[in-house]
Design a protein around this ligand. Structure first.
Ligand SMILES: C[S@@+](CC[C@H](N)C(=O)[O-])C[C@H]1O[C@@H](n2cnc3c(N)ncnc32)[C@H](O)[C@@H]1O
Length: 202
């Protein structure tokens, strides 16, 4: 099965369980989201890439007064997200093929999602973000902690992960037209990721 079909199938199957788990342990993402909001410096239009069930990320951003668009490849996640966060807009969309007008957003976040996309496609995602985010817009993304491309299991379903080591991930984001504000290894709720905050230079 094609890698992205496998990821989509996996998340469609585990969407309800994932929603419950996310609500239960929440992963302590509040600190990161607060940094993002501070860097943004104003309320705005935010894109949540691989939004999952919409909690806690899209929900937090809406509660802070932003207009949020969440996209996800899994239709079951999108259904749940619509119920969880009725004040956001959710669209079933593959982020590697996303289509929005230039300068549509003031910022974008992607929590634990780009790591499921073949890394050869990561450059395309950041190039698209460069176009659709306004000048000085902010992105906050989770990247894996090392270089790897592998299959495994997540919550009992077959899954696929793919990421570059932090140095290469930072290079890709810079080459796409962003200035790195910081990149940090953080363990949140038991999950270690390399988090990157960057500003769009246009
Ligand atoms: C671990 S979940 C994270 C969900 C949410 N960001 C959160 O923090 O709870 C990963 C999500 O990425 C989505 N995803 C994976 N590949 C995608 C793609 N190519 N385009 C859009 N979403 C994708 C999955 O369907 C899943 O909902």
């Amino acid at each position: 099965m094609q890698k992205q079909s496998l990821v989509k199938r996996g998340y469609n199957k585990l969407a309800k369980r994932y929603d419950l788990q996310r609500k239960k342990n929440g992963y302590p993402n509040k600190g990161l989201l607060t940094s993002f909001i501070k860097s943004l410096n104003k309320k705005g239009n935010i894109l949540d890439l691989g939004c999952g069930a919409g909690v806690p990320v899209s929900k937090f951003l809406v509660e802070k007064g932003n207009t949020v668009t969440g996209i996800d490849i899994s239709e079951n996640m999108i259904k749940i997200a619509k119920k969880n966060v009725p004040d956001a807009r959710f669209i079933k969309m593959d982020m590697t093929r996303m289509k929005f007008k230039s300068d549509s957003f003031d910022g974008a976040v992607s929590f634990y999602a780009i790591i499921h996309i073949p890394r050869s496609r990561h450059k395309t995602i950041y190039q698209k973000l460069h176009k659709i985010i306004k000048r000085n817009g902010i992105i906050l993304v989770a990247n894996g902690t090392n270089s790897g491309e592998y299959y495994g299991e997540f919550m009992g379903e077959k899954m696929f992960w793919s990421h570059y080591a932090p140095k290469k991930a930072l290079e890709i984001i810079e080459d796409a037209g962003f200035e790195i504000i910081w990149g940090k290894l953080l363990r949140l709720g038991g999950e270690m990721q390399f988090w990157i905050l960057a500003k769009n230079l246009k």
